[in-house]
Structure formats: structure tokens, C-alpha cells
Design a protein around this ligand. Structure first.
Ligand code: NAD
Length: 477
């Protein structure tokens, strides 16, 4: 970016930020009905732009239009409708009961919008990961500046059009651009930053936020394991794992990153996975590269990264059990299952974020649990088992942002479940009420009576009478 363009954008960002600070003060008193009105406008705009989004995502990484509707439009639509039905309840002040020494006071919690929010989003689900935090910001009464990813330029352009047409930029604005735009935005004293992306950039965002003591929600990634034990229904597990891993070509933050399979069922599971891959991506036997349901790796950098991960694994003794085909000109990598995996391989050191699925085996559940606990806490964890004790044992002895038992990915779409990671996989939770809370300041209000209060009996000087009261209070409370 040239210096002149850069300074023009920085200037525009600064002036919109300033205007939004004013709007944010007005929004503090905005009624739930006004927020519902904005949510309805957003819903209508998403529906209006659905076709343009489908075309844009096809141009960006050959995503099937139905998959765009299923994974981007439908979740947004359902989240907005849920918010519309709940926001009046969420924004209502909440009374709390009083302990004895607060007798006569009125104590309650008031939810106020934090102010001006920054939403930085990634490329893999560019529509929902930009607009879903916006739903929460609107519910809380915040203004927002959005910065989608530069890696999906067609989709980001449609998002820009939608926002410009639907909202006044003094309340909600969108800036397209690369890292330089993010960096300029991160210099400003936002009241909240909602970032979705990699743990590495999450640290950059948190460092920038620290300069202004801005609160953050960090929706990050990591290596999400899937356990499959000997009691699992292997056909059912294979159907769900193939969907969870290869939708969006494995470029899903909560995709199963690797499988931990009980040794005795590895062979049968691979057979079921292989059949399922064929069924969904090669039913007409024309080759998976010709399937219009299978999208592409986002760009050359990620394609090369994935190719190197596969090469490194094979060089170090891994086997291709299924797939392995690569077409460089198309940034195509077939759904690939790798066995004979060693934990030291590069593929087990970083989030894969692509259609490679390493399979590791274990002899007993403790061994599998210990393996998972040696790494960073994952964003998601999946357990395929029909043994209730095993499921409880894994849930009790591991930590993860969320996950499913006998399914994949579906926890993300449940309106009443929080979504997010833990430590390296994220800070804070999003969606529904949890998202509303991230953008809200939970303000404590205590309205006391005028005149006599019990507390006045405890004021200095600390006479024997006061001392006596304090020791009674100590015993009583
Ligand atoms: P990324 O971290 O590279 O980029 C995310 C955003 O940050 C983009 O808007 C980008 O422009 C901006 N950015 C990049 N470098 C920056 C810098 N140095 N300073 C400031 N901003 C910068 O992530 P990505 O490649 O777009 O997405 C993939 C990652 O996101 C994966 O790790 C994945 O697991 C994670 N992810 C998490 C979730 C979730 O909900 N937890 C959802 C989707 C993706």
C-alpha cells in the first residue's frame, strides 16, 4: 500500500472511530426494540445478498453454493432470529437478593454496551465469522468497525456493500484491507475487540489491546482431536467424521484435526471412512477433483504448507491409507487419511486446516487422554463411543472449548451453548447470550435508602460497641 493511500485510510478510520464514539454514548440508552429493528435489517440484507455471497465464495475458493447457504447463511439466520426473540430479556436489569447487612437497599445488575467494538475476522467462513459477532454487538448496544480477511476479496467486497447499504457508518462500518488496515485499527482505543483467527495473531491482537486495556474476545484455533473407541458405531462415526473433516475442505476451526482410534478398530474405521468419502465426493466415479461439492485450498501459501506437511509425514514413515492425490494448478488435495503417524511429525505440531487426517491408535483410554493432555487445550473435542463410562472419563479428564459426543461440529450451531476456546484456543465465548455478554459491561448498581442504614453503626470511631458489632457480623456472615 502506498504512503498516501495508507494515510487516507488511517484518516478515514480515525474520523469514523471518533464519530462512533459519539454514537456509542447515544446507544447506551437505546431500547431493545431499536436493536431488534437493526437485527431485522441485517437479516433482510443477508437474505437479499445470499446469491451474491454464493457467487463470491465460489470465486474465492470454489465453495459449493448449497454449502455456502448451509454453513454461512443458515447459521446467521438462526442466530439473528434467536437474538430477536431474546434481546429484550437479555437487556433487562437483573435484581439480586440482599444479604442481611444490605437490608433496605435495592441491588441490581445493569447491562450496558461497552462502546465502540472492533471485529476482526478470518477467511474460512468469512460471512458468518464477520456478521455473527456483529449480531452480539448490536444486541449489547455497541457500535462496530468490521475488518474481514483480505484472503477472500470477493466475499469481503460483498460484505462491504451490505454493511454500507444497511447501516450508517457512524454506527457500523467495514474496512477492507490487509494487515496494514488491521494494524491501523489496533492502534485505536476500542472498548472491545472481537478477534477470530489464529493463536499467533491472537497474541498480536492481545498485545495491542493491552496498550489501551481494551477487553478482548479471542476465537482461535488449534488441534481438535476425535476419540473413537471399540464401542463406537463405526459407520455412523465415519459419516459424521467425513462431513466434519472435509466440509470447507478441512478449513474449519473445529474440524477434527486428527483421530485417536482404539487399535482394534482402526482397520474397520478406515474402511468405513474410505467408503463414505467415495459416497459423498465421488458417487459418479468421475474423480473427487471433479466433484462440485468439494472446494479448494484458499491460496498457494496454504496449499504449499499442506503439501509440505504431507511430504514430511511420508518421509518420516507415514502411510497414505486413502487419498493422497494432489493437483497443484487447482490447489486440490484429495481427502487424505494418513496412518503410522508419530507425534514428532510436523503434521502433529500445528493445526492442519486442510483435508489431511492423521490417524493415531491407542491401547487404553488413559493413554489417549494423556496424549491429548500433553498438548495445548483444543478448541473442540469429539468422542465417538457408546460406553457412557468412557465418555464421562474423557470429559472429566480433559479440557476443551467445546465439542460433541457421537457427532462433529454441531455444538457450534446450538443457540444456547457457548462457543469458544480455552487458553491457546481462545478467550471468552460467543453466540447468543454469551456473545451479548462479551460486548456488555455488567454494571453493579446499589441504590440505598436515605437516612438510617445498618452500615452506619459500623462507622468510626471504633468504640467497644462497634468492635462488638463487627465481631457479631463476622460470626454471622
Ligand atoms: P489469521 O489469524 O491469519 O487472520 C485473521 C484476521 O487477522 C484477518 O482479518 C487478518 O487480516 C488479520 N491479521 C493477519 N495478520 C495480522 C497481524 N499481524 N496483525 C493484525 N491483524 C492481522 O487467521 P486466518 O488464516 O484468516 O484463519 C485461520 C485461523 O483462524 C485458524 O487458526 C482457525 O482455527 C482460526 N479460526 C478460529 C475460529 C473460531 O471461531 N475459534 C473460526 C475460524 C477460524
Amino acid at each position: 500500500m502506498t504512503a498516501t493511500i495508507e494515510s487516507t485510510i488511517t484518516g478515514r478510520i480515525a474520523s469514523i472511530f471518533k464519530a462512533q464514539q459519539q454514537t456509542a454514548i447515544q446507544l447506551r440508552t437505546s431500547h431493545a426494540q431499536e436493536r431488534i429493528g437493526k437485527l431485522k435489517r441485517l437479516l433482510e440484507a443477508i437474505q437479499k445478498y445470499e446469491k451474491q455471497f454464493q457467487e463470491a465464495l465460489f470465486q474465492d475458493f470454489r465453495k459449493n453454493p448449497t454449502e455456502t447457504t448451509l454453513t454461512e447463511i443458515v447459521p446467521l439466520q438462526s442466530e439473528i432470529k434467536h437474538a430477536i426473540s431474546q434481546v429484550s430479556k437479555w437487556t433487562k436489569p437483573q435484581s439480586v437478593s440482599n444479604p442481611i447487612h444490605y437490608l433496605g437497599a435495592n441491588a441490581y445488575i445493569q447491562y450496558e454496551g461497552k462502546g465502540v467494538a472492533l471485529i476482526l475476522s478470518p477467511w474460512n467462513y468469512p460471512i458468518s465469522l464477520t456478521l455473527s459477532p456483529l449480531i452480539s454487538a448490536i444486541c449489547a448496544g455497541c457500535t462496530a468497525i468490521l475488518k474481514p480477511s483480505e484472503l477472500t476479496p470477493h466475499t469481503s467486497a460483498v460484505l462491504g456493500k451490505l454493511i454500507k447499504e444497511t447501516f450508517n457508518e457512524n454506527e457500523i462500518a467495514l474496512f477492507e484491507g490487509d494487515v496494514s488496515v488491521s494494524t491501523a485499527l489496533l492502534e485505536l482505543p476500542f472498548n472491545h475487540i472481537f478477534f477470530t483467527g489464529s493463536p499467533m495473531i491472537g497474541k498480536v491482537v492481545m498485545r495491542a489491546a493491552a496498550a489501551h486495556l481494551t477487553s478482548v474476545t479471542l476465537e482461535l484455533g488449534g488441534k481438535s482431536p476425535a476419540f473413537i473407541d471399540e464401542t463406537a458405531d463405526l459407520q455412523d462415526a465415519a459419516e459424521k467424521l467425513v462431513w466434519g473433516k472435509f466440509v470447507n475442505n478441512g478449513q474449519t476451526c473445529i474440524a477434527p484435526d486428527y483421530l485417536l482410534v482404539k487399535e482394534s478398530v482402526q482397520k474397520s474405521l478406515i474402511e468405513s471412512l474410505k467408503n463414505q468419502i467415495e459416497k459423498v465426493y465421488n458417487a459418479d466415479k468421475q474423480g473427487i477433483e471433479n466433484s462440485d461439492s468439494y472446494c479448494r485450498i484458499i491460496n498457494q501459501r496454504h496449499f504449499t504448507r499442506l503439501q509440505k506437511l504431507m511430504e514430511d509425514a511420508l518421509l518420516n514413515g507415514a502411510n497414505v491409507a486413502v487419498g493422497g492425490k494432489v493437483i497443484a494448478e487447482e490447489r486440490f488435495i484429495a481427502p487424505t487419511l494418513l496412518t503410522e503417524i508419530k507425534p514428532s511429525m510436523a503434521i502433529m505440531q500445528e493445526e492442519i486446516f486442510g483435508p489431511l487426517l492423521p490417524i493415531l491408535t491407542y491401547k487404553n483410554t488413559e493413554e489417549a487422554i494423556n496424549f491429548v493432555n500433553q498438548s495445548e487445550k483444543p478448541l473442540a473435542m469429539y468422542i465417538f463411543s457408546q460406553n457412557k463410562n468412557t465418555v464421562e472419563q474423557i470429559l472429566a479428564n480433559t479440557s476443551a472449548g467445546g465439542g460433541c459426543v457421537n457427532d462433529c461440529l454441531l455444538h457450534i450451531g446450538h443457540p444456547d451453548l457457548p462457543f469458544g476456546g480455552v487458553n491457546n484456543s481462545g478467550i471468552g465465548k460467543s453466540h447468543g447470550h454469551f456473545g451479548f455478554m462479551e460486548f456488555s459491561n455488567v454494571r453493579a448498581v446499589l441504590k440505598n435508602r436515605v437516612g438510617w442504614t445498618g452500615f452506619k453503626l459500623l462507622y468510626p470511631p471504633y468504640t467497644a460497641k462497634v468492635q462488638n458489632l463487627v465481631s457479631k457480623l463476622k460470626k454471622f456472615l
